[in-house]
Design a protein around this ligand. Structure first.
Ligand code: SF4
Length: 348
């Protein structure tokens, strides 16, 4: 007989792993969906194969990466259920993910959906009434099972139809982790990530930067920003230069690589050539400048910033050679380090 298939939302945290294993233990084929956006787990975009293999080898879970970026940046403009403590629209976020999962059911011939939510674990998004709102607004009433706390919730369709044995589900509640850790041990899972989430929208600094973008307080990227702008906005030091120029500087090698990787056709990449320094990127400079003089001034300031943050010599920021790659042409200029007072007001 053909196996029943279920799709699970997979954050990568312990609860979502356990939910997958609990469902799979009932001889159900589980496909775990790992949703990504620029705000969470974006780094997995280029590593799907590797990630799938790690999760399969380590936890026996078949995971797929699903990029939600395009719709998600729209969702953030006006989430129906508002924001959490920072700029995190947790309830709408879950609804959005479940809507997508529901739409994917036909593709996988899935009979139901499930999540690793635990009743009462989070103050807002995992309250009993909120769980019901999430089901209702995602169109998942009756087909959404929460195996870790199912015994405290009404029966769902897969339970009533006998596809899932309710007796083998759990009734976890609250913030304690003890029962989950015990259950994990019974599956031989001892090595798992900490519950602390990696969602940038809950981060006081980066979340605020994104909030400013959405509130139109970052004029240089406010009107028609794209997913790629958000990715860039979340890296390194950010500067709003005169003439509407947007400049980003890496603070370490990892950020330098990320900036180079995020560079698009019209971006200008800037690097020191005579000593180590940050990678810089200017976005939409050509569109924002009205004449050659403005462009030259931006180049002067960008080169000045790069040299300011380049490796110091005898404790001092000294002039240096800076290469500017405009895509169509490359030029080298002499950068004169800018005074900190000059650019403090440009930092975003
Ligand atoms: S913390 Fe972030 S990823 Fe998690 S539900 Fe909230 S908005 Fe979504």
């Amino acid at each position: 007989m053909k196996k029943i298939t279920a799709l699970g939302l997979f954050s990568g945290g312990l609860d979502s792993m356990l939910a997958c294993r609990v469902i799979a233990s009932q001889d159900i084929r589980v496909v775990a969906l790992k949703f990504i956006t620029p705000f969470f787990d974006d780094h997995l975009r280029e590593k799907e194969e590797q990630y799938r293999k790690t999760v399969k080898d380590k936890y026996g879970i078949d995971v797929r990466i699903v990029d939600l970026s395009e719709g998600y940046i729209e969702l953030l403009k006006n989430p129906q259920h508002g924001y959490g403590k920072h700029f995190n629209p947790c309830i709408d976020c879950k609804i959005f993910m479940l809507c997508r999962a529901r739409k994917m059911m036909a593709e996988y011939n899935a009979s139901f959906l499930f999540t690793g939510e635990v009743l009462g674990q989070r103050p807002m998004s995992q309250r009993r009434d909120t769980l019901r709102v999430i089901e209702r607004d995602s169109g998942c009433e009756d087909i959404l099972l929460r195996p870790l706390c199912a015994k405290r919730l009404p029966e769902t369709l897969p339970e009533r139809e006998g596809v899932v044995d309710r007796e083998k589900l759990y009734g976890f509640t609250g913030r304690g982790r003890g029962p989950q850790i015990e259950l994990a041990a019974s599956f031989g899972i001892t090595d798992y990530p900490n519950p602390a989430g990696g969602c940038i929208l809950t981060d006081p600094n980066l979340g605020t930067r994104i909030e400013k973008l959405y509130r139109g307080e970052l004029s240089l990227v406010s009107h028609d920003f794209r997913v790629s702008d958000i990715r860039l906005l979340l890296v390194g030091r950010q500067f709003s230069l005169p003439y509407g120029a947007w400049m980003v500087l890496g603070r370490n090698e990892e950020e330098n690589d990320r900036i180079a990787q995020l560079a698009e056709e019209d971006d200008w990449l800037i690097e020191m050539t005579d000593r180590p320094g940050p990678t810089g990127l200017l976005r939409r400079t050509a569109q924002n400048t009205t004449d050659k003089l403005e462009e030259l001034e931006i180049i002067r300031l960008a080169a000045g910033l790069i040299t300011r943050y380049a490796r110091k010599i005898d404790g001092k920021s000294l002039p240096g050679d800076v290469k500017i790659d405009k895509g169509t042409e490359t030029l080298t200029v002499r950068g004169e380090p800018l005074d900190d007072e000059l650019f403090q007001g440009w930092m975003m």
